[in-house]
Design a protein around this ligand. Sequence first.
Ligand code: GLN
Length: 195
Amino acid sequence: SPVVGVLALQGDVREHAMALAEADAVARPIRRPEELAEVDALVIPGGESTTMSKLALLFGLMQPLRERVAAGMPVYGSCAGMIMLADKILDGRDDQETVGGIDMVVRRNAFGRQNESFEQAIEVRGLDGGPVHGVFIRAPWVESVGEGVEVLAALDHERIVAVRQGSLLATSFHPELTGDHRIHRFFVDMVRARA
Ligand code: GLN
């Protein structure tokens, strides 16, 4: 089985590790560059992207993360993890850095106060078995994507909430909180296809 790290600086690490195990991957928490070097792929969890970014810099992980992404390591980011994978963000903190890798502009906390948290059925392209239950918590949306980015899901045909570019996958929502592991399986299949 592929060994998939979960960036364990902050956020819902346990939930992703459990979902990965259900999807037949071996999950490992990652806090140090040496640990990152030993995994086939990585999940960046939901949480708070400003804190995650700060801690990644502090733990010396930002550069190694960028290098692994550039070398083609598969990465899946949910919510804050999506923000971390964006080449460009809007409404970030002034000094907020991202790992980048997906040619997209992501707006943090995009759904606003009225809609801080909500749940909605979402049709995801390439996923069999009907819509997923989308859990959105102070979620970002994707404001625009470059040519190489495949849009996998959008709310009301407008707000992009799931994308893929090569071996990078990102969702605004949190499948790790739902008990439906199809997105994690989809990602683990991407990891297997690359190996
Ligand atoms: N609002 C958070 C951020 O900007 C993301 C929220 C989440 O991951 N549930 O990082």
